[in-house]
Design a protein around this ligand. Structure first.
Ligand code: ADP
Ligand code: PEP
Length: 917
């Protein structure tokens, strides 16, 4: 066994002396002279004998050099798309610990970081993309200024290096969706990694490469400055979609580059209506394609390498109207515990040109100990696709016949295989339940349950609904079978049971491919309502039903209940995320924010470490502004301070639950991961919450229905409804818009809270008025005399007059919320603000005339479906049945309810199949 110190000892010393003389050379030298000087230098070097003279294109052409100079890079020695042999040489000479192993693979070490650093990923917030991005804990915003500081720091560092490596390659095997990526790095190891992982250009393609679409500056050996605003550690991976750059500082884990490219593709492809997938894929002899979705460690690489099928790719794919294509040119397999018997294709791919990262080996023999995880559990081997014998090049395939969702269930509860309905497939795609395995992310040391939307939340850029909608669309068009496979634990959870055997998982996948599994008899797996086969060729039937593998049934029931609870909470979170509505709303100016009607309802909260006007779309304020405009400023500041002192939970619970919660409930609540959102009428206000379960309880049990209860609607145009005076929802036609308005009373009735204070007669009248309000055309509005207040049906209805003065040019009246019912809880808030009737022109809708309508629709349908389904579920359950929800984009309302056509949404599907507690 190799000792750690011996591993890190440089293998070759001083052999670069001769090469150094090149640094004085000027780039104006022609290439022949440069090559001659290298040859001379090599001859003079102690290791020179037999040293391979770099191929022509290893040295940049002058034009390319100029391109680098323009980026601020002035290092003279730049290897361009060097061959693996050259990169081996370079690594052996200049990178500590590098060695050629017995298989011919190159051993490389990534230093302190041996896994991804998701907490240190940042995305530049800038106008051209900010509305598209799903901001939150995955896509943490960064200012352009900080990005520039990091970029400059990276370039400064690269300029201190005597040798740099540039690799130009492609992402995407379909030429129509192919992007050019340039990687600039100070490590030969990184260049070889990207040589393996990107699609390698031919000589001709390289000659015509031109300007890249995206550039990655990998200065991972040098830390970022943690005092730079927005940086929280010495590591930073920052993406800038506007400048099309990625800057890496403070981590040499090579996976950051590959996942950086994937993140870029996850932005660019959906923007073009193409689904990108964190999935592997292979193809049968008959051309049938299988896609394996899964978070890291669930088995995408392992299971897609199948001797009976052609490998298309092991990690990142896209699905167009032609079929699927791989994004990458290589595979990135896990090496821990690797054996030839279990994973022969991967084992045989470990040869010259492949890298072995962070493995322990015997320096005398070069033999690797694959069981040794003492450097990291995340030992890896990147190799080119062609190293798998049965690979499909070009790496494209037809439309999938089977979609397999891989989950590594650390609870040991989910069956090894279940057949999914389309609704269940969407449900599991959106929830993305699995366990993070040790090592892949820094800090994860044992399997940890997680819900990673789209089975790859860390790499998604848009809201998960964007990917879910594309997947739902593709699946319905191409009649795909969907399966859920648990590659995690069985017979007990992590620590008690054991990992599903690879042999069984492979046998199950074989049976899917032969069609045997589809023909099997199925039984129901209770609580999760999954269809589980009673038998599967080459698998012990007892294995198939999880309860039968546990010795203690009480423990099984507890674990299953716990997991179901987690699912329930997560899907509730996911279905109610406001998508990018909050970003749209952010465009509202501070001036509008200062308008009295808004201020009175403002609540200050802390989100993303900044003081924000909670119910006002997350607009960031200075403390001075906050103090000037908001009476509640002290609470916000206190929270901010206490948050810093890590007393978040206490503060959140005491401050919000006792005092501010009902205040905020005025503007409705819903929640995402640990964050409670104020929804309509001012979406996007955020409250930080420490325990999302706790927050959910508050919302789910007490507030959710009030959330929908308080919606009001005005039919604006034939097909457009104005919701709560702010959010416009566009419907297919007038009938749908009217149906929407008609359904509102049902939400009101569905509320679990105290009866609304408005008498039913008034309520009916409101609906009548809503329905009767003639759709005002733009022309009619323009024709109205300036200064003439509009017909205010809402204020006619109300006992009190509308408070604000008539606007100069009013167009549309907002029908006000019903008064908030005064419950015991709201009484806790003596200063609960009043809601005022405001005319639209006074507080113009931030959504007006913008492109958010579609997103609004999705948001609304998600929101509304929650309300409808809760009621439907209750009623159906009361009758002893389960909720009835139609597949597709339509919600089938319970008998006696009007049939409501909702805009296309996957949310109704997901709600329908949520596990029963
Ligand atoms: N039943 C199983 N199915 C798939 N992988 C398994 C199974 N049991 C153990 N493993 C191990 O889990 C790891 C899966 O990793 P990998 O295939 O690289 O996942 P991904 O490509 O999804 O990140 C491999 O090390 C594999 O040997
Ligand atoms: C490389 C990674 O993913 P995967 O395990 O899916 O290859 C990663 O998450 O860093």
């Amino acid at each position: 066994m190799a000792s750690r110190t011996s591993l890190l000892r440089p293998l070759l010393r001083g052999s670069h002396v001769g090469l150094r003389c090149l640094h004085g050379s000027r780039r104006s030298l022609d290439q022949a002279k440069v090559r001659q000087r290298i040859a001379d230098a090599l001859k003079a070097s102690p290791a020179g004998a037999g040293h391979q003279l770099p191929h022509d294109h290893h040295i940049f052409e002058d034009a390319d050099m100029k391109m680098l100079h323009d980026l601020g890079i002035h290092t003279e020695w730049v290897q361009h798309n060097a061959s693996p042999g050259t990169l081996y040489d370079e690594a052996l000479r200049y990178e500590k610990g590098s060695a050629i192993l017995s298989t011919g693979a190159l051993a490389a070490f990534s230093g302190a970081k041996t896994g991804r650093s998701p907490m240190d990923k940042r995305v530049v917030e800038e106008p051209s993309t900010s509305e598209d991005i799903w901001w939150g804990s995955v896509n943490v915003p960064l200012t352009d200024k900080t990005f520039k500081i990091n970029r400059e720091r990276a370039i400064d560092y690269l300029n201190t290096r005597e040798r740099l490596y540039v690799f130009d390659g492609f992402a995407g095997w379909d030429p129509e969706y192919r992007y050019k990526v340039r990687v600039i790095t100070s490590r030969a190891y990184h260049a070889l990694f990207m040589h393996n992982m990107l699609i390698r250009p031919t000589e001709e393609e390289l000659a015509n490469f031109g300007e890249p679409d995206y550039t990655i500056y990998n200065a991972g050996a040098f830390p970022c400055n943690r005092a730079t605003p927005g940086m929280t550690s010495g590591t930073s991976v920052s993406l800038n979609f506007a400048s099309r750059e990625v800057v890496i500082l403070g981590t040499q884990y090579a996976g950051e580059m590959k996942k950086g490219v994937f993140t870029i593709m996850n932005y660019l492809l959906p923007k073009r209506g193409i689904l990108s997938m964190h999935a592997s894929a292979n193809e049968g002899r008959d051309g049938d394609v299988t896609v394996f979705f899964g978070l890291s460690g669930t088995g995408k690489t392992t299971l897609s390498a199948d001797e009976n099928r052609l490998l298309i790719g092991d990690d990142e794919h896209a699905w167009t109207n032609k079929g699927i294509f791989n994004i990458e040119g290589g595979c990135y397999a896990k090496a821990i515990g690797l054996t030839r018997e279990k994973e022969p294709e991967i084992w045989d791919a470990i040869r010259f040109g492949a890298l072995l990262e962070n493995v322990v080996f015997d320096p005398r023999t070069g033999e690797v100990d694959y069981e040794d995880g003492s450097i990291t559990e995340n030992t890896r081997v990147p190799y080119p696709l062609e190293y798998i014998p049965n690979v499909k090049i070009p790496a494209v395939g037809g439309h999938p016949k089977n979609i397999i969702m891989l989950t590594c269930d650390a609870f040991g509860v989910l069956p090894p295989v279940s057949k999914l309905t389309p609704a269940q497939a969407m449900y599991h795609f959106i929830s993305g339940y699995t366990a993070k395995v040790a090592g892949t992310e820094m800090g994860v040391t044992e399997p940890t349950a997680t819900f990673s939307a789209c089975f790859g939340a860390p790499f998604m850029v848009w809201h998960p609904a964007k990917y879910a909608e594309l997947l739902a669309d593709n699946m319905s068009k191409h009649n795909v079978n969907a399966w859920l496979i648990n590659t995690g634990w069985t017979g007990g959870g992590f620590g008690k049971g054991h990992r599903m055997s690879l042999k069984d998982t492979r046998a199950i996948i074989d049976a899917i491919h032969t069609g045997d599994l589809a023909k099997a008899e199925y039984e129901n797996f209770p609580r999760f309502n999954l269809q589980v086969p009673k038998s599967c060729p080459n698998v012990d039937a007892k294995m198939l039903m999880p309860s039968k593998t546990w010795s203690n049934q009480d423990e099984f029931n507890n674990a299953s209940q716990r997991l179901a609870q987690l699912f329930k909470e997560t899907i509730m979170l996911t279905t109610t995320i406001s998508r990018s509505l909050n970003r749209a709303a952010q465009r509202t100016s501070l001036q509008q924010l200062r308008s009295k009607a808004w201020c009175e309802r403002a609540t200050l909260v802390v989100a993303r470490g900044h003081l924000q006007a909670g119910t006002f779309c997350g607009i960031e304020l200075t403390k001075a502004e906050a103090t000037e405009h908001f009476e509640d400023v002290d609470i916000g500041i206190r929270i901010e301070r206490e948050q810093r002192e890590r007393q978040w939970q206490k503060t959140a619970t005491s401050a919000f639950a006792c005092r501010r919660l009902s205040h905020i409930s005025m503007v409705r609540l819903f929640s995402t991961e640990k964050v409670v959102y104020g929804a309509a009428p001012f979406p996007g206000g955020k409250l930080a919450w420490n325990h999302h379960a706790q927050a959910l309880n508050l919302i789910h049990e007490r507030r959710c229905l009030q959330l929908v209860k308080n919606l009001t609607a005005v039919v604006l145009e034939k097909d457009e409804v104005l919701l709560n005076g702010l959010v416009r929802a566009k419907f297919q036609d007038e009938a749908e818009a009217k149906a929407f308005a008609t359904i509102l009373p049902f939400f009101e009735e569905a509320g679990e809270g105290p009866a609304p204070s408005t008498p039913p007669r008034k309520r009916d009248r409101a609906v009548e008025l809503l329905m009767a309000t003639p759709a005002k055309t733009k022309r009619e509005e323009d024709d109205a005399a300036p200064g003439t207040p509009p017909r205010c049906e809402a204020s006619k209805m109300r006992d009190e007059p509308a408070t604000p003065p008539a606007p100069k040019r009013a167009r549309q009246t907002r029908l006000m919320d019903e008064e908030e019912p005064v419950s015991e809880k709201t009484k806790l808030v003596p200063d609960a603000p009043e809601q005022h009737s405001v005319l639209m022109d006074e507080v113009p809708s931030p959504l007006e005339g913008n492109r958010e309508l579609e997103k609004t629709e999705s948001f609304l349908s998600g929101l509304l479906n929650v309300g409808l389904l809760l009621r439907a579920n209750r009623e159906q359950e009361a009758r002893g049945g389960s909720a009835r929800v139609a597949h597709g984009s339509r919600f089938s309302a319970p008998p006696g309810y009007p049939q409501v056509l909702m805009p296309s949404s996957v949310f109704s599907l997901t709600q329908a199949v949520s596990p029963k507690l």
